[in-house]
Ligand binder design. Sequence first.
Ligand code: FES
Length: 139
Amino acid sequence: MTAPEQTVCGVGEALCASTDIVERGRAWVWDVLEHGRPVRAFALRFDGQLIGYLNRCVHVAAEMDWQPGEFLDTDQRWIVCSIHGATYEPANGRCVGGPCGRGRLKPVAVRELDGQVYWYPSLDIRPVPFDTAPSETLP
Ligand code: FES
């Protein structure tokens, strides 16, 4: 499996404690701006790795969670869109079934450091203004 491509600008935004995101459990969902437009992102722990994506299906630009923060199917194997069932590989966001075709979820860089989870803005995915969360710089 290939890790999602993540363009990182270097300054992380504090998201939550590492213990807040458990293996194949509920995702941490937060607000970001993509090209200045509000959208949600989510972070999951899958096979021990933190993964982050925009909460936007490839099929139709809709949020995918079937309950707040719930993205995985009942077997906790796939990310499944609640709208029409598009199915994605958690490790790389690639569509593996359903109406998402050859698409892929848009990755958001996430990382753990000293028990804290940070996300890393990119050129097109930015923090919502007036967020007063502490920051961390990549080494
Ligand atoms: S909007 Fe996600 S499968 Fe259609």
